[in-house]
Design a protein. Sequence first.
Length: 235
Amino acid sequence: MGNPSSRINRVGRHIWAFIVSATIIVAIGSPADAAEVFSEGGRIMLVNNQKRVQLTAGPADHDPVLSPDGSIVVFSREIERRITSGACCEGAPPRANQLWMIGRDGIGARLLVRENEGTPGDEWAETVITRFNEKQFSSDGRYLYFLTPSWVTSSALHVYDFVANRTRYIGPANDLIVLSDCLSSQYHDLLAVKQHRYFVGGGSYNWYWLIDSDRKEIGPIGPDVMKLTEACRIE
């Protein structure tokens, strides 16, 4: 299962994410309306102003993330179908996941993205979707980015568009940071992705690169994101 993530900026390796008793909780919202969503016993839960609400019945819901405006919760749901192909399936085939959403009031549950083992051919790795790891919103809540297992050396980065109601492949990535809370207008809402690349003449390296949602490469960041962290603190 992938680690849940939220719209908050995880530059510097998830500096605002925290773990409580092995249950990952995502804190979000204004001080007057702070809300937390988390998974407990395969059910999605929400806590707001000390009021605890069960949003889903489970039993296999996990990795929730709250939208920037706090109106919906997006989460993964594990299903019975086993994944039978792909780099993700060494050993016993794991169960596939689907992407779901529900209102913070527990109403309006809806399937967003079904599992897809991919289309045979050269584009297989770009069409397979069996996990929804590192889920993160853009600052306006229109886009939800996530990683799914794909190649042997890399996952695939996809984005779900809530206006168009469709998913689009962006490119290979092994880590994702959506700069939704970056103070710099130059970098705000861009994507820092970690990619496995190859040197001319042999050998490989894993660097972070700055790209936009259309896969346009802005430039290299480096082996870590510390300089980008500093840049995002400056308006």
